[in-house]
Design a protein around this ligand. Structure first.
Ligand SMILES: Nc1nc2c(c(=O)[nH]1)N[C@H]1C(S)=C(S)[C@@H](COP(=O)(O)O)O[C@H]1N2
Ligand SMILES: [Mo]
Length: 408
């Protein structure tokens, strides 16, 4: 393994001749949207998710199950979709790369596997709307009302985005990389557009040090992506909000600016009102923030007074070089705090920079009502705030996580 790479290189490709060929742009692989396709229905039936919205399908695991596994099984991995799962025929599917490149390229998934080295990265994916329920309790926020389960940790396997971009030969004006999915989303005005993401070029090319490489991933937890999670191909951008990891990825455009797609140019911004000027001025959200949550017990439960095991997750921020320094837990609504250790079994390596850690603590639950609180501090000096702050779309909520329980 090349030690400068923080991902694990699995396969060394020997076929390099393809660079001499220029790909011709062929027919689109999009076969239309069938809504509840058979695969997604089967997946939903076999899954262990709390459905927040049937259509489009949005679901998250129960928190006690979520915090049991360092690698989240796919049946327990949250699904966040803005439209229906598109039906994609892998035989005709092509990823096309265009824009500020000297060579427009196009690949089937098999060609991507043949022509580029295969890398595996462990990374946590989390929705910017994770914990929106709590922000909504401050002041109602529209959108999927997520508890703290719109997060999951997996391994992702595929080609390095940086290598694919290099093969396309970037022009000097290149500054951003756009991703377009194959799921057409109906806008209020009746028009249809695919879900899209966008990341700065620096992030797209990152492949060394503390910044993990972005992937064009075809597998999750060593199995081909399921339809709900973006089969046959998605971008996977470690450290960035889930919205930048575009599912059913069929088109990459290199540009001098960020994508004009609604989900970059308007949605996924921290705003207080939907005033057009305010929205236009705000920057798209990229990195996710430091976050900590209690998974067990859950809010509102009764549990036996006495010694109890509490467990949860902590997510470092997506800023390279900042790590979670301390998790603190209070069982008396914030009067007393104690430090909590993450599980030693969770690997803490360069290759897991943007990965969550799980933690447990044994605490004494008293008879009667009490509030458990978790908070965290990182090496960049950032801490999870006591409250809010609130924003119109309910993004990036990382305030102290409070769980009210009753000891009996
Ligand atoms: N094409 C497409 N990609 C998408 C989305 C989508 O609706 N369409 N949702 C995004 C959002 S907001 C998140 S949080 C993640 C969720 O990925 P998952 O469903 O695999 O957990 O996918 C992202 N990629
Ligand atoms: Mo999301």
């Amino acid at each position: 393994m090349n030690s400068s790479l923080t991902s694990m290189k699995i396969v060394r490709s020997t076929r390099r001749l393809w660079l001499a060929q220029t790909a011709a742009l062929g027919a689109t692989a999009y076969l239309g949207s069938t809504g509840w396709g058979q695969d997604s229905a089967t997946q939903a039936a076999g899954s262990k998710l709390i459905v927040r919205q049937e259509r489009p399908f949005n679901a998250e695991p129960g928190l006690p199950e979520l915090v049991k596994n360092y690698f989240t099984p796919v049946e327990q991995f949250y699904v966040r979709s803005h439209g229906d799962v598109p039906t994609v025929d892998e035989k005709t599917f092509r990823l096309k790369i265009s824009g500020l490149v000297n060579r427009e390229l196009e690949f089937s998934v098999d060609q991507l596997k043949e022509k580029f080295d295969t890398h595996k990265v462990a990374a946590t994916l989390t929705c910017a709307g994770n914990r929106r329920q709590e922000m909504s309790a401050i002041k109602k926020v529209a959108g999927v009302q997520w508890d703290a389960g719109a997060i999951g940790h997996a391994t992702w396997t595929g080609a390095l985005l940086s290598e694919v971009l290099k093969a396309a030969e970037l022009k000097p004006e290149a500054k951003h990389v756009w991703f377009d999915g194959l799921d057409p989303i109906k806008e209020k005005d009746g028009s249809e557009a695919p879900f899209g993401g966008s990341i700065p070029l620096g992030k797209a090319l990152a492949h060394e040090g503390r910044d993990l490489p972005s992937l064009l991933a075809h597998s999750m937890n060593d199995k081909p992506l399921t339809p709900a999670h973006g089969a046959p191909l998605r971008s996977l951008v470690p450290g960035f909000i889930g919205a930048r990891s575009v599912k059913w990825l069929a088109k990459i455009v290199v540009s001098d600016r960020s994508s004009p797609n609604h989900y970059v140019a308007e949605a996924y911004k921290l705003i207080q009102t939907d005033d057009k000027e305010e929205v236009a001025k705000a920057e798209p959200i990229y990195e996710f923030p430091l976050n900590v949550a209690i998974g067990l017990p859950t809010d509102g439960v009764k549990l036996k007074a006495g010694r109890q095991e509490i467990s949860g997750y902590v997510l470092p921020s997506g800023t390279p070089n900042s790590f979670c320094q301390e998790i603190e837990l209070s069982v008396d609504n914030g009067r007393n705090w104690r430090s909590v250790k993450t599980l030693a079994s969770d690997p803490i390596t360069a290759a897991s920079t943007f990965s969550w850690r799980l933690w447990t603590a044994n605490v004494d639950i008293l008879k009667g009502r009490q509030t458990l609180i978790a908070r965290a501090v990182d090496t960049a000096g950032k801490s999870t705030p006591e409250q809010g702050p609130w924003n119109l779309k309910g993004y990036m909520y990382n305030a102290w996580h409070r769980v009210r329980v009753e000891g009996v």
